[in-house]
Ligand binder design. Structure first.
Ligand SMILES: [Zn+2]
Length: 218
């Protein structure tokens, strides 16, 4: 929406300038001055409307880069807009559509709330994240596991927990804070996830333990 408002204001600014160039002298021979106020106001408002659009775009591209690294393929992350969040009835923080071939697609949508907590965590010093910030970082990892091709929720959840520290590093945390975030999810949030998301095989040495660096359970 803001993109169109910004483009419309920019068009107004251009139209005013072009009209001045074409009609600098009217039929009575009067010379018109450049419509500085009109052009400056419309151009300024166009820039103001474009700022949040550009900021969101840069944020999403940052999430793309981290998720692509985790998924091992080029994937896209979209943060729900305010309008999209109004019409979305679900309470989930992220989802990956399933393609006609039955496989997860290479793009995900994160809820507006998830993106807000991700953004606040990225802006922070990463030392003492809120529980929702921990969950938001984990949701990005979890959706990346779906985009990697995992359909089973418990497997995606377990694979994600073993990569949460990696996600945190990719988004700017140092190793100590990243591992602490992963451990916190494992210790305090994983025990409360819905039954379909947990597995008795998701334990140190268990069948789902991939023995990756920076596991959440050490
Ligand atoms: Zn899932």
């Amino acid at each position: 929406m803001l993109v169109w408002v910004s483009l419309a204001l920019f068009a107004v600014s251009c139209a005013l300038s072009v009209r001045w160039m074409l009609v600098r002298v009217d039929s009575l021979g009067r010379v018109h001055g450049f419509p500085t106020i009109g052009v400056a106001a419309s151009a300024g408002l166009a820039v103001l409307c474009a700022v949040p659009v550009v900021r969101t775009e840069l944020f999403e591209r940052r999430l793309d880069a981290a998720a692509s690294e985790l998924a091992g393929a080029r994937v896209r992350v979209h943060c729900q807009t305010t309008g999209e969040s109004f019409v979305h009835a679900g309470s989930e923080w992220g989802w990956v559509p399933t393609g006609s071939n039955g496989l997860p697609e290479k793009h995900t949508v994160l809820s507006k709330v998830a993106c807000q907590h991700l953004a606040s965590w990225i802006r922070s010093d990463h030392r003492s994240p809120t529980e929702k910030e921990v969950m938001a970082v984990h949701v990005l990892t979890h959706e990346a596991m779906h985009m990697k091709g995992m359909l089973n929720e418990a497997e995606a959840e377990c694979a994600a927990m073993q990569r949460d520290a990696r996600t945190a590093v990719l988004l700017g945390a140092d190793q100590v804070d990243a591992v602490a975030l992963a451990e916190r999810y494992w210790q305090t949030i994983y025990p409360r996830v819905e039954s379909g998301y947990s597995s008795p095989a998701c334990v140190p040495g268990g069948e789902l333990d991939e023995r990756l660096p920076w596991p959440p359970w050490e």
